[in-house]
Design a protein around this ligand. Sequence first.
Ligand SMILES: Cc1cc2nc3c(=O)[nH]c(=O)nc-3n(C[C@H](O)[C@H](O)[C@H](O)COP(=O)(O)O)c2cc1C
Length: 200
Amino acid sequence: MEFFELAHRQRAYRFLEPDPVPEELIEQILDVATKAPSAQNTQPWEFIVVQDPAVRGRLADHTRHLWESFARDYSRPDVDTYQWSHTDEWASGAFARAPVVIVVCGDTRAMDAALLGSSIFPAVQNILLAALALGLGSLMSTLPIVSAREAREILDLPEHLLPMATVPIGRPSRRLGPPRRIPFADKTHRDRHGVPWREG
Ligand SMILES: Cc1cc2nc3c(=O)[nH]c(=O)nc-3n(C[C@H](O)[C@H](O)[C@H](O)COP(=O)(O)O)c2cc1C
């Protein structure tokens, strides 16, 4: 798939087949993740690739607990009912079936934790697009690491690594259409805020 087709098809794939993803594909994905830009080329990312069912199970149990204990009530079904009900289904069970979960961590020795996101999320976006290019589905998710302490404990992370995203990857078990997004012109101003990109 060429780039523009990929970008027009990238979606949150929460429902994945449990069969393993070949390691060559995981390596191809990680290889392009590390081609992403970062401030001063610090490359502050480290990846934990979780395939062990015991570790995946602990992450999934922890995520279910976070969802049930606060996130289900905290998140707003009125914003996007479809996304909310799918997240409910995902956190309550589907996440546990993902064959691979890449946990993307940021190295707080490279820069202040408050600045890390801007040097980590471009790599995450490369992961999402690379997975789709290889015929796999993936999901950017932060619920599993919203409490860094438990995630650190499950993954044996040293203190200087901050878990910043979890990306389950696998063969999609449901087909998804193109993303529903507000057109760019409704979000874009010409030269100054308030001057629409397109007149009329
Ligand atoms: C920062 C961030 C955190 C997210 N965390 C979760 C999550 O914990 N669980 C989940 O099911 N989806 C999560 N998502 C996925 C979003 O809900 C999804 O990308 C968005 O609703 C668009 O979905 P679509 O591509 O299917 O249209 C997250 C996305 C982002 C960018």
